[in-house]
Write a protein that binds this ligand. Structure first.
Ligand SMILES: Nc1ncnc2c1ncn2[C@@H]1O[C@H](COP(=O)(O)OP(=O)(O)OP(=O)(O)O)[C@@H](O)[C@H]1O
Ligand SMILES: [Mg+2]
Length: 158
């Protein structure tokens, strides 16, 4: 488990930007945390780091937004309005996990059982302008995540 803190929305975005540099097609990032935790803020940084110039906002009318124009496609999910994993599967949304792009999923706990084995899970908590990120991932991703934290000027916690 990697734990770190950011102290501003800009720093969260910068972390996403740094992390994006090491992401590969097929990577899935699963985000949990309350309303206003910073899931979209982080996703915006990832989109920018992949090279997309689109403005990222939470998907409102669909479950997933696709962003093009960067090094890899970004598939940005918000599963808040899904009733459960069956709903996700019935809509064929799991197909995105096999596409050559990066998936970022807000409210991923709703589809927890469907997430691929090599998922990067991040839970965001905090208030004011401080956010704590708790990150669970395989060894393959852990160095890249730690590097991104350091490059964003954020603090790794023991
Ligand atoms: N360190 C920080 N990191 C990220 N956001 C922060 C931080 N400090 C303050 N904020 C503020 O918290 C809010 C995060 O909003 P954001 O839309 O990213 O949350 P969210 O987790 O996507 O919420 P929702 O579940 O409603 O989609 C923004 O208003 C942002 O300015
Ligand atoms: Mg959001």
């Amino acid at each position: 488990m990697i734990r770190f803190k950011t102290t501003s929305p800009e720093q969260t975005e910068r972390f996403g930007h740094e992390l994006a540099k090491s992401l590969c097609g097929g990577d899935v990032i699963a985000l949990t945390g309350d309303l206003g935790a910073g899931k979209t803020c982080l996703t915006r940084g990832i989109a920018g780091g992949l090279g997309s110039t689109s403005h990222v906002s939470s998907p409102t009318f669909t479950i997933v937004n696709e962003y093009d124009g960067g090094r890899l496609m970004l598939f940005h999910f918000d599963t808040y309005r899904l009733s459960g994993p069956d709903d996700f599967l019935m809509s064929g949304l799991d197909e995105y996990f096999y596409r050559d792009g990066v998936c970022v999923i807000e409210w991923s706990d709703i589809i927890d059982e469907l997430l691929p084995e090599d998922v990067i899970k991040m839970t965001i908590t905090g208030d004011g302008t401080e956010r704590t990120f708790e990150c669970e991932c395989s060894e393959k991703h852990s160095k890249n995540i730690t590097d991104a934290v350091v490059n964003a000027g954020a603090k790794v916690e023991e």
